[in-house]
Design a protein around this ligand. Structure first.
Ligand code: PMP
Length: 405
């Protein structure tokens, strides 16, 4: 008996996955050539699963800012901000985020995962009620565990179910915090935020929106779903990440709530981990500027998302309901998903394989994410590979037609 025998079912399942070909959870790039291309086993692949929505990872200004910061401030902070102090960049980033969102307060975390852990566990605790969409990201569920509030799940994107569950709490003491995501990371669907805001108003709950996948993507200025839906005033807390549209790593929360800064000394995932390195903060600050100022990025991203979504649907694949920078292709079963994923990789397309139980309705998914940096030609190439592989493996009906344009 070994220590890890408790994981035997997972060990067997993982081994079965690897038997299909490449290891989808341990892809090793020889080189990353641009925001949209890499080299893998000596071959070029199109990157179609990187969350690099605005394609800023190789932006010259971001890279230069990062290089300058590392020379000036060194490679890392080597500790937490409450022990080792803040660098100028941390404060500049917090001010920039607060200004970008039009909020009084901003706070940065070392990852987006930690931002959810740190904020959720500090905002609600024992005796409070955390009302989560059933399809919430793992960081939201883990933040809930850390905080000990009662967790109540409502049906995904179902404001009526949310209302019903909050009504049941009438007269029960404790704060209520509703948590939803701007764009859901697996299927790419957006929350029905206006309806959720209506429920929030009727039930005196607080509302937190995780804009991880919608920051830089939705809204005229890129602030996310709340901006796009015109309901920012009703959102009490916005959480987000630097690891997607901003092309780096880190997380944040902004809010107008009074006494916000107390979070800095009660939030364990903020206090007990090293702060962001200067190079990361510097590139992120530049990326935020670009995300706000370059108004050509979002239309390009949207056009690419529509091209991929329309093309896949015309071919006969089953996707999420609407075009979004995340386009998930639903697979009928695990063996097909694994074979398709491997064949697409062989064909030069790298995307994410998402397997149950991490997927909605326990369906395996080929999860793609497009970038403003993809060219229409790259999207068309991806569609060609999907078509060829889909027919070869019998996933596509023979008579399906590719949309033109
Ligand atoms: N929230 C959501 C909705 C996410 O999808 C993710 C990551 N995929 C995170 C938070 C965590 O962000 P990070 O990877 O930057 O830690």
């Amino acid at each position: 008996m070994g220590l890890l025998d408790k994981h035997l079912p997972q060990i067997r399942a993982y081994s079965g996955i690897r038997d299909h070909g490449a290891d989808p959870f341990n892809v090793r790039f020889d080189a990353v050539l641009s925001p949209t291309e890499a080299q893998l086993n000596g071959r070029r692949v199109v990157l179609l699963g990187t969350n690099n929505y605005l394609g800023l990872t190789f932006d010259e200004d971001c890279v230069e800012a990062s290089v300058e910061a590392v020379r000036r401030w060194g490679t890392g902070t080597t500790g937490s901000r409450i022990a080792n102090g803040s660098f100028n960049g941390h404060l500049a980033m917090e001010q920039a985020l607060a200004r970008f969102y039009g909020r009084k307060n901003g706070m940065v975390f070392t990852t987006g995962y930690q931002a959810n852990l740190g904020v959720l566990s500090a905002l609600v605790g024992r005796g409070d009620h955390l009302i989560l969409d059933a399809d919430s990201h793992a960081s939201i569920y883990d933040g809930a565990r850390l905080g000990h509030a009662e967790v109540i799940r409502f049906r995904h994107n179902d404001p009526e179910d949310l209302y019903k569950r909050l009504r049941r709490l009438e007269g029960v003491p404790g704060d209520r915090l509703i948590v939803v995501e701007g764009i859901y990371s697996m299927m790419g669907d957006a929350a029905p935020l206006k309806e959720i805001v209506d429920v929030k108003r009727q039930t005196s709950a607080y509302l937190l929106v995780d804009e991880a996948h919608s920051m830089g993507v939705l809204g005229e200025r890129g602030r996310g779903l709340a901006e796009a839906e015109g309901v920012e005033d009703d959102v009490d807390f916005v959480v987000g990440t630097f690891s997607k549209s901003l092309g780096a790593i880190g997380g944040f929360c902004v809010s107008d709530v009074d006494d916000f800064d107390i979070l800095r000394v009660v939030s364990r995932p903020y206090m007990f981990t090293a702060s962001l390195p200067p190079a990361v903060v510097a590139s992120t600050l530049k990326a935020l500027e670009q995300a706000e100022a370059d108004r050509s990025l979002r239309p390009r991203l949207q056009a690419n998302a529509e091209r991929l979504f329309d093309g896949l649907n015309a071919l006969g694949f089953t996707t999420g309901p609407k075009p979004s920078p995340i386009v998930a292709v639903v697979m009928p079963d695990m063996p097909t998903a694994l074979t398709m994923w491997n064949a697409l990789l062989q064909g030069g397309v790298y995307l994410n394989l998402a397997l149950p139980p991490a997927t909605p309705n326990n369906r395996p998914l080929l999860r793609t994410s497009v970038s403003a940096a993809h060219t229409p030609q790259q999207i068309d190439l991806v569609l060609d590979v999907f078509e060829w592989v889909g027919r070869e493996l019998g996933v596509l009906p023979v008579e399906s037609q590719r949309a033109s344009g």
